[in-house]
Design a protein around this ligand. Structure first.
Ligand code: TZP
Ligand code: MG
Length: 213
């Protein structure tokens, strides 16, 4: 059983979109706005830099009880005692990741197609990242956009917590949650925002409003 986590507003870092403000300061601002989980993704740079930034993020997030998930790199996750790992379809197989990270850490997998929802893939994981819901320029190698109907079908078939990703803006909170997703994963709408705290708050307020209906 993994430690508890809340997928409601799931921020994925991007060092290019953070610009001169940097990833750490952008995350610091975004959590003030209500981010519930952070996935640190390092597209460029050395492993040493990846570990250093992950370690800085841990110092900010752990005291606040916000989990830090490391994209792809089990070694980096273990090095900083992160809360979990997120892998894609081309990364290490989830059974092997689970073996390496142990039962307590959170394990997420990206999926877009029904065929990817096999018992072997679903068994070891704690949640699915599903998308792109909309076309996005943030991940040039992303699959085709799946839309809300397909998102709902994947959620129903998976029987696991699902976080939607891809082109999501605050105005998409209601249809995303209505489709059955447990939360929204966001890159550019927060990382590239002029005011990341305000951008995150906009999502968080809409999520709270939807759930209080
Ligand atoms: N996986 C599927 S789409 C995507 C990832 C990492 C990028 C989403 O970025 P944005 O800026 O929120 O559209
Ligand atoms: Mg990956």
């Amino acid at each position: 059983m993994s430690r508890p986590f809340d997928l409601s507003l799931y921020l994925v870092t991007d060092e290019d979109l953070a610009g001169p403000r940097g990833v750490v300061e952008t995350v610091r601002a975004a959590i003030e706005g209500g981010v519930t989980l952070v996935q640190h993704r390092c597209k460029h740079g050395t492993t040493r830099d990846f570990v250093a930034t992950a370690s800085e993020l841990m110092e900010i997030l752990r005291p606040r009880g916000i989990p830090l998930i490391i994209n792809d790199r089990v070694d980096v996750a273990l090095a900083v005692d992160a809360d979990g790992v997120h892998v894609g379809q081309d990364d290490m197989r989830v059974a092997k990741v689970r073996e390496l990270i142990g039962p307590d850490r959170i394990l997420g997998l990206s999926a877009a197609l029904m065929e990817e929802l096999t018992p072997d893939e679903l068994g070891p994981i704690d949640y699915l990242g599903v998308g792109p819901v909309f076309a996005t320029t943030t991940k040039p190698d992303a699959d085709d956009a799946i839309g809300f109907d397909h998102l709902g079908r994947i959620k129903a078939a998976a029987g696991l917590p699902v976080v939607a990703i891809g082109g999501l803006k605050p105005e998409h909170v209601e249809p995303t949650l209505a489709a059955g997703a447990d939360g929204l994963a966001v890159v550019s709408a927060i990382m590239a925002a002029e005011d990341p705290a305000k951008a995150a708050r906009d999502f968080a307020d809409r999520i709270a409003r939807y759930r209080s209906q």
